[in-house]
Design a protein. Structure first.
Length: 322
């Protein structure tokens, strides 16, 4: 898969090719996005053409300092690549495009640059200045410019609409199991293993502290989670605490993972944590002994999550993490 930035017009010579495209923010690349992408890839193959996912690189410092994302740009494009797309066409936002009318956006990017033959969108897709463009508008533009627009209905699970907004809310509230159902894979964090205050090693169990997380990445809500730790291309069962450590009078937020049955020094290594389920809230214990007893109970509770994960480890979509 190749990534093309909208500023680099020299790499967008698709004049004599059948271009099948889909477009969206694709934050999290959830099950609804996956359906759009699958249809785009299928159409391109059937027409001996190429598939393009058009997406946006948001400058959140301009848009909203508080906004966080399910996936960074690197993570988003890595997941899209596993779904078989040939090209990702990346448009920086806002960077001027927010002022384009829906018609101007269509002509500039879809027609003059990418020369699409067909495009797949969700029924809630909006584009152009102040999100004024609708799917029906794109259908009409397509008739004028000679491309076909396919509007897909929103995907629902148990009556719940699959959307990035709902997935972000679920993860933010610690409901990572719901997030996993919406995304089709476990929510994850990536970072580097660093040294903490060694309280776990001294009083309870040795733990790995996660640092260097992308500033735009959404952190799950406070609590203790069953997780899968991935480093050195191997996976390990783990329990992860997000939040303060009241037992040790430490109110500072940290992300600390206890990797089960593991003793090696791994400081400085890249790590990914896959979040399976929130086991409990953070609790103040009167002693490290009480905390250790609770962790043993947490391990037993987490076993069912680990067993479920082994049955479906989401190898394809997260293969780039391993």
């Amino acid at each position: 898969m190749k990534i093309i930035n909208a500023h680099d017009e020299a790499k967008t010579n698709f004049k004599n090719l059948y271009v099948s495209a889909c477009i969206g923010n694709f934050d999290g690349v959830h099950k609804g996005h996956q359906e759009l992408i699958a249809k785009t890839v299928k159409s391109a193959k059937e027409n001996d053409g190429i598939s393009i996912a058009i997406t946006f690189n948001h400058n959140t410092k301009i848009l909203n300092n508080e906004r966080k994302f399910l996936t960074t740009l690197y993570e988003k494009t890595s997941i899209i690549e596993t779904l078989g797309i040939d090209y990702v066409y990346l448009i920086d936002f806002p960077d001027g495009i927010s002022e384009l009318s829906s018609y101007e956006f269509t002509k500039k990017y879809l027609v003059d640059t990418l020369r699409i033959k067909e495009i797949y969108i969700g029924e809630n897709f909006r584009f152009g200045h102040k999100r004024s463009g609708t799917p029906d508008n794109l259908v009409e533009f397509g008739k004028s410019f000679g491309f076909k627009t396919h509007i897909l209905k929103l995907v629902t699970l148990s009556g719940m609409v699959v959307s990035s907004t709902i997935a972000r809310t679920a993860v933010n509230e610690g409901r990572v199991d719901i997030g996993m159902n919406l995304l089709g894979y476990p929510y994850f964090l990536r970072g580097v293993i660093g040294r903490g205050k060694n309280r776990g090693k001294k009083f309870v169990y040795p733990t790995a502290n996660l640092y260097n997380i992308d500033e735009l990445k959404l952190i799950p809500g406070e609590g203790v989670y069953s997780t899968i730790a991935i480093f050195d291309r191997l996976e390990y069962f783990s329990l992860t605490n997000i939040g303060p450590q009241p037992t040790f009078q430490d109110e500072k937020m940290s992300i600390e993972s206890y990797i089960l049955d593991f003793q090696r020094e791994i400081y400085g290594k890249d790590i990914a944590l896959l979040f399976l389920r929130k086991l409990r809230n953070i609790i103040h214990f009167n002693s490290s002994y009480e905390l250790k007893k609770q962790i043993e109970s947490d391990k037993l509770e987490a076993l069912k999550d680990f067993e479920s994960y082994l049955k479906d480890p989401h190898v394809k979509m997260l293969s780039w993490l391993r």
